[in-house]
Design a protein around this ligand. Structure first.
Ligand code: PBG
Length: 332
C-alpha cells in the first residue's frame, strides 16, 4: 500500500476515533439483518421446542413450531432460513432412502415455511448424514465413502427439495462433481431458478461437535470425515474447490467453519468476486455461549465482533444460530 498518511504530529489517527459520530462516519463495514441466514433444526411431532444441551438457546422444533419461527424471522427481516433435520434412528438406513422422500422432515418444513412466511428464502442441506446409519455424508462401501453413487443419491435429494419449494440448495457433502450433476438435474426438471449455495470449502473440523448432537448423528458416526472434508492446513485447495464449483454452476459459495478460516473467506472474495458466505458453526456458537454463561466474556459483544469479522473478511452473509438475537439487536 502506498503510504498516504503523514507522521505524527501531522497525523493523529486517534482523531477519527474520538466520538461516536466520527466513528460512524469512518466505519468501513456494516453488519445488517439482510446478511443473515438462520439454521434451524426440525424434528417430528407437534408443538415441540426442545432445547439442545450443547447449544444453549437453540431448539429442535416440530414442523408447526418451525413455521411459527419463520413468521418471526420474516418479521425481523431475516432473509433466509436453512433447515436441518433431526431424524429418528428408526429412519436411518444404509440406503438413506429417507433423504429423498417427498415427505421427510426437511421437505415438510420447506412447505410449512413457504406457506407461513413466503418472503423467506428457504435453504436446504444436501448430504446423507442425517439419514445414514453410519453418520457419513456419503454411502459407505467396504469402509470407503464412495463418490459417484453418492452423487446420484444427492441429486434425488436435491430434486425432492426443489419439488417441495426450496429456493436455495446447500450441498454440504463435499463429493466431487455434485454441483454439476445437481445443476443439470434442476434445469432438466424445470427448476432453473433454484439456486445452489455450495459448501465449497468445508473443513474436517472439530467445531461441528454440537451440531452432530443436534441432528442425532454423533453416536452414529464411524471414523472421521477426512477423506472428503478438507484438511485445515490447506488454503490453495479451497481456491480450486471454489473455482470448480463455480464452473459447475454454483451461484454462491461457502466457507465452513467461519472464524478460524477468515483468511479463506478473504481469499475467496478477492479471487472470485462471487457471493461468499461463512458458516459460524455450532462449535463457534457453543464456545461463545459457554463463556458468556460463565460470565467470562460479554456474549453479545463477542457475537457481534465475530459477525463483523466475517463482513470485514469479505463475506456477503453469514449462517449463524444467533440470527434472531442479532436481528433483534440490530433492529432496535
Ligand atoms: C453435515 C453437516 C455438518 C454441518 C452442517 N452440515 C456436520 C458435519 O459435516 O459433520 C455442521 C454445522 C454446524 O456445526 O453448525 N452434512
Amino acid at each position: 500500500m502506498t503510504p498516504t498518511v503523514a507522521s505524527f504530529p501531522a497525523a493523529r489517527l486517534r482523531r477519527t476515533r474520538a466520538t461516536p459520530a466520527i466513528r460512524d462516519l469512518v466505519r468501513e463495514n456494516t453488519l445488517s439483518v439482510g446478511d443473515l441466514i438462520w439454521p434451524v433444526f426440525v424434528r417430528d411431532g407437534t408443538g415441540i421446542e426442545e432445547p439442545i444441551a450443547s447449544m444453549p438457546g437453540v431448539m429442535r422444533r416440530s414442523v408447526d413450531k418451525i413455521a411459527a419461527a419463520a413468521i418471526e424471522a420474516q418479521a425481523l427481516g431475516i432473509p433466509s432460513i436453512c433447515i436441518f433435520p433431526y431424524t429418528d434412528a428408526s429412519l436411518k438406513t444404509e440406503d438413506c432412502a429417507e433423504a429423498w422422500s417427498p415427505d421427510n422432515l426437511t421437505n415438510q418444513a420447506v412447505r410449512a415455511i413457504k406457506s407461513a412466511a413466503p418472503n423467506i428464502a428457504v435453504m436446504t442441506d444436501v448430504a446423507l448424514d442425517p439419514y445414514n446409519i453410519n453418520g457419513h455424508d456419503g454411502f459407505v462401501v467396504d469402509g470407503e465413502i464412495v463418490n459417484d453413487a453418492t452423487v446420484e443419491a444427492l441429486v434425488k435429494m436435491t430434486l425432492a427439495q426443489a419439488e417441495a419449494g426450496a429456493d436455495i440448495i446447500g450441498p454440504s457433502d463435499m463429493m466431487d462433481g455434485r454441483i454439476g450433476a445437481m445443476r443439470q438435474a434442476l434445469e432438466k426438471a424445470g427448476h432453473s431458478n433454484v439456486m445452489i449455495l455450495s459448501y465449497s470449502a468445508k473443513y474436517a473440523s472439530g467445531y461441528y461437535g454440537p451440531f452432530r448432537d443436534a441432528v442425532g448423528a454423533s453416536g452414529a458416526l464411524s471414523g472421521d470425515k477426512k477423506t472428503y472434508q478438507m484438511d485445515p492446513a490447506n488454503g490453495d485447495e479451497a481456491m480450486r474447490l471454489v473455482q470448480r464449483d463455480l464452473i459447475e454452476g454454483a451461484d454462491m459459495v461457502m466457507v465452513k467453519p467461519g472464524i478460524a478460516y477468515l483468511d479463506i473467506c478473504h481469499r475467496v472474495k478477492t479471487n472470485f468476486g462471487v457471493p461468499t458466505f461463512a458458516y459460524q458453526v455450532s462449535g463457534e456458537y457453543a464456545m461463545i455461549q459457554a463463556a458468556a454463561l460463565n460470565g467470562w466474556i460479554d456474549g453479545e459483544k463477542v457475537m457481534l465482533e465475530n459477525l463483523m469479522a466475517f463482513k470485514r473478511a469479505g463475506c456477503d452473509g453469514i449462517l449463524t444460530y444467533f440470527a434472531p438475537e442479532v436481528a433483534r439487536i440490530l433492529n432496535t
